[in-house]
Ligand binder design. Structure first.
Ligand code: NAD
Length: 454
């Protein structure tokens, strides 16, 4: 499999793809190793992941360089992702023992009762490329801490990073018969669906996630899906500092070249502050530095996958054809690399794909609304339910809006963020199940109820 650098379109490396037979062998290897791993005291498993945590820091420069080369992520953002990965791992390390410990429910009398949390067994982790450390860590760290074996398939667009992750976990003391990487494209993911694993943990698009859930439904094993979004940001007319809100919104749109599951994908602004917001947004977008992601000071690198630029240009064309106005950007850049200018569109509405279909790129439509009721109706008009952000001076007013939205996460005066202590979950087409927080530790174990008499 050729790993292409999206900045230069050159081959970085060739990697040997797994075959159906090698995937099966890896599965049997994990089946053998997992019971021994599960039999260890949780402290021994924590000690291995502690070493992984340290290696993430020790090797940060080379890990960041690889991530930028294969994904086009600006280098500083690759370092940020590694920092985020470490703090997420830290949180899981600090809380695993508590949430995996047995729980006594009744300790006296003729029948005592307790709950013991047992691993699921061998689980499959099919992962996305946009934040390979973060979305991977949400799954394989709590899975390993809980005593599971993990068959880990990184995205074909983040394979080199996946190989680093495997190398570091093994170097940290996670046995090779407990964690194995499967290298390949969608087909390799499909082979995982054939195996009798004890759980599927998927991060990626709605289309793939939904088809996986259908294919494995008959197995009656846990299936968790972290999928896409069409996340709205609403600016109320009482905001104190419009420039600050614009800066936050723009970062929410273009961070990671716009390829974040919880990126800001559509903006609604109340009439009174609409013109000021659009002017400031277009001006600030014009100052973004687009270029080589390995160079210091670059804000926006290339899109990661071929074809994605054409997809975004088609969304822009569809909007313009239906009456939208492009106020900044939206052009493909000449030359090598999948570069495009971020795009800002106004006079948009929900007949346009730009406002309803996940973009997954640095493009956004800004729509004028008259009041909170109209904003709520538009924010809720989506098949997705990942996050929603409200900017206002008043928490009470913002909360009244946030309470009405069917999303896994809501933000007041912030956006596009994930916290290890809070459950990360999508509703509707944004997913099923959750990671992070204590619930994301418990997602990888199953409770056994003990009734103890005598
Ligand atoms: P994708 O669905 O194209 O691929 C995800 C993974 O599935 C890859 O490893 C791929 O090889 C594999 N795959 C593809 N076809 C398969 C099949 N038929 N059977 C089994 N596996 C298959 O998604 P992507 O492009 O890697 O990621 C982008 C999407 O992920 C966006 O929609 C984004 O919003 C979403 N995402 C969600 C979260 C979240 O936490 N909710 C986080 C990151 C990304």
């Amino acid at each position: 499999m050729q790993i292409i650098n999206p900045t230069t379109e050159k081959i970085i490396e060739e990697v040997i793809e797994d075959t159906e037979a090698s995937v099966r062998e890896k599965y049997f290897l994990l089946r053998k190793g997992q019971p021994e791993w599960a039999a260890l005291k949780v402290d021994a498993r924590i000690a291995c992941i502690e070493r992984f945590y340290e290696l993430l820091e020790a090797e940060a420069p080379v890990l960041a360089e690889t991530l930028t080369a294969e994904s086009g992520k600006p280098l500083q953002q690759s370092f940020n992702e590694l920092n985020g990965a470490r703090s997420r791992t830290r949180w899981l390390l600090d809380h695993a023992a508590r949430w995996l410990a047995e729980e006594w429910v009744i300790t006296e009398g003729t029948t005592r009762e307790k709950i013991v949390y047992e691993p699921l067994g061998v689980v499959a982790n099919i992962s996305a490329w946009n934040y390979p450390y973060l979305v991977g860590i949400n799954v394989f760290i709590p899975a390993l801490l809980g005593g599971n074996g993990v068959l880990y398939k990184p995205s074909e667009y983040a394979t080199l990073t996946g190989l680093h992750i495997q190398r570091l976990l093994h170097a940290a003391g996670v046995p090779a018969n407990v964690f194995q990487l499967v290298a390949g494209k969608g087909k390799a993911g499909e082979w995982l669906l054939q195996l009798p694993v004890n759980g599927y943990f998927f991060t990626g698009s709605y289309r793939t996630g939904q088809s996986i859930a259908e294919k494995v439904a008959g197995k009656l094993v846990p299936v968790q899906l972290e999928l896409g979004g069409k996340d709205p940001l609403y600016v109320m007319d009482d905001v104190e500092d419009i420039e600050k809100v614009v800066a936050a919104a723009l970062e929410g749109v273009v961070y990671n070249n716009g390829q974040s599951c919880c990126a800001v994908e559509r903006i609604y602004v109340q009439e009174k502050v609409y013109d000021a917001f659009v002017d400031a947004y277009a001006k600030l977008a014009g100052k973004l530095v687009i270029g080589d992601p390995a160079r210091e000071g670059t804000d926006v690198g290339p899109l990661s996958r071929p074809g994605q630029r054409e997809f975004l240009l088609a969304q822009i064309r569809d909007a313009v054809d239906k009456g939208a106005r492009l106020v900044y950007g939206g052009k493909a850049l000449e030359g090598k690399g999948y570069f495009m200018q971020p795009a800002v569109l106004v006079d948009v509405d929900h007949t346009m794909k730009l406002m309803t279909e996940e973009s997954f790129g640095p493009v956004v439509g800004i729509q004028r609304v008259k009041d909170d009721a109209e904003a709520v109706a538009l924010m809720a008009d989506t098949e997705y339910g990942l996050t929603a952000a409200v900017y206002s001076r008043s928490y009470e007013r913002a909360e009244a809006v946030m309470r009405q939205l069917n999303t896994g996460t809501v933000y007041w005066n912030c956006c596009d963020r994930v916290s290890a202590g809070l459950p990360w979950s999508g509703r509707k087409h944004s997913g099923l199940g959750m990671t992070l927080s204590y619930q994301g530790i418990r997602a990888f174990v199953q409770p056994k109820a003990y009734h103890i008499r005598g």
